[in-house]
Write a protein that binds this ligand. Structure first.
Ligand code: ME8
Length: 518
């Protein structure tokens, strides 16, 4: 387990700030579900958490989307943002703060950072030659052109010279290489760290951090030139410190920063693993602990993305299968870091086999037997030794259930929610096997009531502990199961103990948890 002084500083986890040029899709939902799971896991451990998400609202993409809708950019972003917030509500994402890059405080902090960097001579003004594609309104470097044409629309481009402001990235190249080598936990998974180190083998160019206002007016005003606005990435990255009041409330900032995890898709790793640490270093701000890059959800081999138009609406999936089914599918179907081929058929298959058959059935069988043999009341356990084989089976299920806390702590520390779910499902499947092997119906027929009591209490305790461990992963259905046992909302690791069910306690018989989907 990590050694942070958790009482002093919350676990700070961030999502990217999503562009609001289209509605959110399953890719965005995936990142937020991942972060929500880690945030809930930390709360389960009894830690404070600060979970940040939000929206990226400046730049060409947004400006163009607004104009296509015949709106001014601010009106446009104001009506897009609630669509993101509504999706996070539907998905039960428990974030602590939602930042918008159009927030006045954020804009002020970005300008302050720029002034600081100018004062430290980390920024210079210079002319910039590039090739401009008028229909795409995009500026390209010579290297980016494809057969001397625009790489996006393949049309002719025009050579343009512009005065812009540049941030001295190149100066920090050697420092960054050394930092990455000395901090193997900084960029994860390892293959992504190696990718960044590979990229850093070539000379790093300074970063152009402005756009002439004449070409793009929708951005934060550059503080020392009325002819420029700030480049959207430079603006957006600063959100991770502006959201916790960098330069505005030093006490608050120090109590939350550094971030423990910036969760991002692999598409935006370079910005987070090259630009961002250098920006922080130049400002003299401590580094975040980890940038975790997850893979892409694909459909028919292509990344799910708004520009490709192959998007699936997560709210629609929630309506049909519930949030937990979506979480289960996303967390379990691919290892964090790897790509996954999205398939609704597979989501349904997992729903029916893992959720309905394994988990739903186990809870149903256990509570039905308790009803049949003990009118739903937890029986009194006899202290005398039971049948040897029954004793052995009960000890084994108890030990396997109790091992979950350590196992899941280790897998979550390694960013492996898939492994955590596998470990929980191993116990659920053992529970089902335990019923087959101990045959409570035979014990009841033979009037072996002591053994029957032991078997049923063991099974119910195992289900109770398993459901506690499931709360970060399947918050809705795990709480429904815990409600049957009268366990209050949001149990924590410190309550993870065997034997909390008291004799005479009346377990509730709930509704089917996962009615099968055809
Ligand atoms: O890049 N599979 O915003 P964005 C998995 N505004 N995740 C996906 C995905 C897919 N097919 N598609 C998108 C931006 N994502 C910038 C970020 S941060 C300071 C600024 C997720 O709206 C994934 O997290 O294009 C990816 O990194 C992010 O959405 C990109 O969102």
């Amino acid at each position: 387990m990590d050694t942070r002084v958790s009482l002093m500083k919350p676990y700070y986890i961030t999502t990217p700030l999503y562009y609001v040029n289209a509605r959110p899709h399953i890719g965005h939902a995936y990142t937020n579900i991942l972060c929500d799971t880690f945030a809930r896991w930390r709360k389960f451990l009894g830690e404070e958490v600060f979970f940040l998400t939000g929206t990226d609202e400046h730049g060409t993409k947004i400006d163009r989307a607004a104009r296509e809708q015949g709106m001014d950019p601010k009106t446009y972003v104001d009506q897009m943002v609630p669509q993101f917030q509504e999706l996070w509500r539907v998905l039960g994402i428990e974030y602590d703060f939602f930042i918008r890059t159009t927030d006045e405080e954020h804009k002020k902090i970005v300008q302050q950072v720029l002034k600081t960097l100018e004062a430290k001579s980390e920024i210079y003004r210079s002319s910039y030659k590039g090739w401009y594609c008028t229909p795409c309104e995009s500026f390209w470097t010579k290297l980016q052109l494809v057969n001397s044409k625009c790489p996006d629309c393949k049309r002719d481009v025009q050579e343009l010279g512009e005065e812009n402001y540049f941030f001295k990235l190149s100066k920090y190249q050697q420092w960054l290489i050394q930092y990455l080598n000395e901090h193997p936990e900084f960029v994860q998974p390892e293959i992504r760290k190696n990718e960044i180190l590979g990229f850093l083998r070539e000379p790093l160019e300074d970063l152009c951090i402005t756009r002439p206002r004449s070409r793009l007016a929708w951005g934060i005003d550059y503080p020392t030139s009325k002819d420029h606005v700030v480049y959207v990435w430079f603006d957006a990255l600063i959100n991770y410190v502006s959201a916790v009041k960098y330069g505005v409330d030093e006490k608050k900032f120090k109590s939350i920063w550094p971030a423990d995890v910036h969760m991002v898709g692999k598409d935006i790793l370079r910005q987070h693993a090259v630009y961002w640490p250098i920006m922080l270093k130049a400002c003299g701000i401590e580094m975040p602990r980890t940038v975790m890059a997850h893979g892409w959800w694909t459909m028919e081999g292509s990344k799910v993305s708004k520009s490709r138009g192959n998007v699936v609406d997560p709210a629609d999936l929630v309506k049909r299968y519930g949030t937990d089914a979506l979480r289960y599918y996303f967390l379990h179907e691919t290892r964090l870091g790897m790509d996954g081929a999205y398939s609704e058929d597979l989501l349904i298959e997992r729903f029916n086999s893992d959720l309905a058959n394994d988990l739903g059935n186990l809870v149903f069988r256990a509570t039905s037997m308790l009803e049949r043999y003990f009118s739903l009341k937890i029986p009194v356990l006899s202290i005398k030794k039971q049948d040897d084989e029954i004793d052995r089976q009960c000890t084994s299920l108890r030990e396997q259930s109790l091992s979950l806390l350590k196992l899941i702590s280790e897998t979550m520390e390694r960013f492996e929610p898939q492994g955590a779910i596998d470990a929980i499902w191993a116990v659920i499947r053992s529970g089902n096997r335990f019923v087959e092997q101990t045959k409570p119906w035979v014990l009841a027929k033979e009037k072996k009531m002591d053994s029957l009591s032991l078997v049923l209490t063991t099974l119910l305790e195992s289900i109770r502990l398993t459901s506690m461990m499931l709360t970060p992963f399947l918050p809705v259905s795990s709480q429904k199961i815990l409600d049957l046992f009268g366990v209050g909302q949001r149990p924590q690791a410190r309550d993870f103990k065997w034997g909390s069910l008291t004799p005479g306690f009346c377990v509730k018989k709930g509704e089917p948890l996962f009615p099968k989907v055809e």
